[in-house]
Design a protein around this ligand. Structure first.
Ligand code: ZN
Length: 150
């Protein structure tokens, strides 16, 4: 990973960990799920509100976990808000391939700022922390009450 991306990664993780975006419950969500990463102890609840045509109108989370899991959940909420469910599924797939090192961040993709998570691929133990919120979103959209990374 080049040093610019590394610096940006550190900055973004710190910022989102300190001030998580959309850190709240949604009273009447269209979908919600609980995600758990037993390897690290990250636990989060994710809430989604879809509008009548299937656009993610609101998305939020609450929970406790390490800085990476929290920052990733925070960034997920800002990234998928306003997207359709199929668009969010594409981002899930790309994000998952990014953190496992299968997707080149310089290739054409829909990740935007989420590309800073590319560095996680160098730390296999952190991949599940970074992808927990995404698995939880995917689970919520699939109607699963609970998602575990194990
Ligand atoms: Zn973690």
């Amino acid at each position: 990973m080049n040093s610019t991306l590394n610096e940006l990664y550190q900055e973004v993780i710190l910022d989102h960990n300190r001030k998580p975006r959309n850190y709240r419950e949604i009273a009447e969500p269209t979908a919600s799920s609980e995600g758990y990463n037993p390897l690290c102890g990250d636990l989060l609840h994710l809430y989604v509100k879809l509008d009548e045509i299937g656009v993610i109108e609101d998305v939020s989370f609450v929970g406790s976990g390490c800085a990476i899991s929290k920052a990733s959940a925070s960034m997920l909420t800002t990234a998928v808000k306003g997207k359709t469910v199929p668009e969010a599924r594409v981002m899930f797939d790309e994000f998952h391939r990014l953190v496992t090192g299968e997707l080149d961040p310089e290739s054409e993709n829909h990740l935007g700022r989420l590309k800073v998570f590319a560095g996680v691929s160098e730390f296999p133990a952190r991949v599940k922390c970074a992808s927990l919120a995404w698995h939880t979103l995917n689970g919520a959209l699939d109607g699963a009450d609970r998602v575990s990374t194990e």
